[in-house]
Design a protein around this ligand. Structure first.
Ligand SMILES: Nc1ncnc2c1ncn2[C@@H]1O[C@H](COP(=O)(O)OP(=O)(O)OP(=O)(O)O)[C@@H](O)[C@H]1O
Length: 411
């Protein structure tokens, strides 16, 4: 109903600037928040077509053409542009679109902020070279980010620190390019989406004061006030499902488009508490890898919107073998969604999670599949599952379990 309320406000005020391309109302905006509302689509369809008399003539091809035109009108023929590339869906599609508009004057930069997933840096660099043929420079800034995050536990503060550090790196990269090209790039492309804007702040220019900041996305609410690079954000009025659609038109390889979203602040927001303390980052990185690989092996990765592991700053008692343990808890989360505005847990597959985890992650609390026990630390030390403990899942494949660890630790 929130969407309907906003649609009314927009219609009544004659202000259709939300998601407006070429004077057309971006209908998909109005569908936000109704995916999970009973009769939501029907209500909005009636409102838009019968009450407002809106035309359903909005096409993704037009969005692409109009955005290319905007980019060409913004960037002068001798200007160079930097693109912040994360390897995720959004920045990959944004980079491909801008590359189509300005060609080799686009310079992509991927930052290893020390908060990436298992082997992510190697994987992203390899796939970009092999599949996208876009030149990408990798900057290793892990120490810089981690030193700034030391002792920080508040997630909002983490996001702002990360946003500021990203911009420092992009400024330095622009400076380096200036030495090479003789002209400093003045623009920064980001894969900002509409949900990033909605969640970071009240919609710009809306004059609203009643919207809440859900979280400051590093690329919107986390940007420093004094940044010099001018932003190019061609996707900023789109939702994720629409970006995937645009990516298909731009012929971005399907594996990129199907990737689960991974936030720019990365594991900093998947470790609750100080990320630099103990080996939290290592633990969550490795549990996440096992979880995602298992989901892929089970063939259900594409039907899940997002799955990941979160490290909690608490310890819990468990039993391993005949011994008591008191160690970390990691939760697993998997949700379905259409546009990233509302989500549901992966209910259908939930029964299959036993198979997903296939003994690599087995629990002593059968009613709470989010609790991992024995502790990840123990799992990662390579201890095999103990058959007389808690729920050892039927499909345990000890051979596969051990093989996975051999692969992961390269022993
Ligand atoms: N490691 C990184 N290196 C360079 N730029 C990054 C990095 N992480 C994020 N960004 C920039 O910040 C933007 C927002 O990040 P965010 O994580 O929300 O989106 P994404 O990574 O592009 O896509 P997805 O949400 O599908 O993973 C990205 O589109 C990209 O421009």
């Amino acid at each position: 109903m929130l969407a309907l309320g906003r649609a009314w406000e927009t219609a009544l005020s004659g202000d259709n600037t939300f998601g407006c391309w070429g004077g057309k109302l971006m209908i998909s905006f109005l569908f936000v928040k109704v995916t999970h509302s009973p009769e939501g689509m029907e209500t909005l369809r009636y409102f838009l077509f019968d009450v407002c008399g809106v035309n359903a003539g909005w096409k993704m091809e037009d969005v692409m053409d109009e955005e290319i035109e905007v980019i060409n009108n913004t960037v002068a023929p001798d200007d160079h542009v930097i693109c912040a590339l994360s390897g995720g869906v959004d920045s990959t599609v944004a980079a491909t679109l801008v590359h189509k508009a300005i060609g080799d004057r686009l310079h992509c930069v991927f930052v290893d902020n020390g908060l990436l997933r298992y082997k992510e840096r190697e994987r992203v660099m390899e796939t970009f070279e092999r599949d996208l043929h876009l030149p990408v420079t990798c900057v290793d800034a892990s120490e810089q980010f981690l030193s700034k995050l030391k002792g920080v536990v508040d997630p909002e503060m983490k996001r702002k620190i990360i946003g500021k550090e990203f911009i420092c790196i992009f400024d330095a990269f622009a400076h380096e390019l200036e030495q090479k090209l003789g002209k400093k790039p003045a623009f920064l492309v980001q894969g900002t989406l509409y949900p990033d804007v909605i969640e970071s702040c009240p919609p710009p220019g809306s004059g609203r004061t009643h919207s809440h900041t859900i979280k400051s996305h590093h690329n919107v609410g986390g940007l420093p006030k004094d940044m010099k690079l001018k932003l190019i954000e061609p996707l900023k009025l789109l939702f994720k499902d629409e970006v995937r659609q645009l990516g298909r038109i731009l012929k971005v390889p399907e594996p990129f488009l199907k990737r689960h979203p991974f936030p720019g602040p990365g594991l900093a927001v998947r470790v609750l508490g100080d990320v630099t303390e103990g080996n939290a980052l290592d633990i969550v990185r490795q549990v996440d890898e096992i979880f995602i690989q298992s989901i892929k092996d089970a063939g259900i990765y594409d039907s899940i919107w997002q799955a990941f592991a979160v490290f909690l700053p608490v310890k819990s008692v468990g039993v391993q073998g005949d011994q008591r343990t008191h160690s970390y808890v990691v939760t697993l989360r998997a949700v379905t969604s259409q546009d990233g505005m509302t989500a549901d847990w992966v209910e259908e597959e939930f029964g299959a999670w036993g198979e997903v985890v296939e003994g690599e992650i087995y629990n002593t609390a059968p009613d709470d599949s989010s609790v991992l026990s024995p502790t990840p630390a123990t799992l990662l030390n390579g201890s095999p599952p103990c058959p007389n403990q808690g729920t050892v899942l039927k499909t345990v494949s000890l051979k596969k379990f051990l093989k996975r660890f051999v692969t992961m630790f390269e022993v």
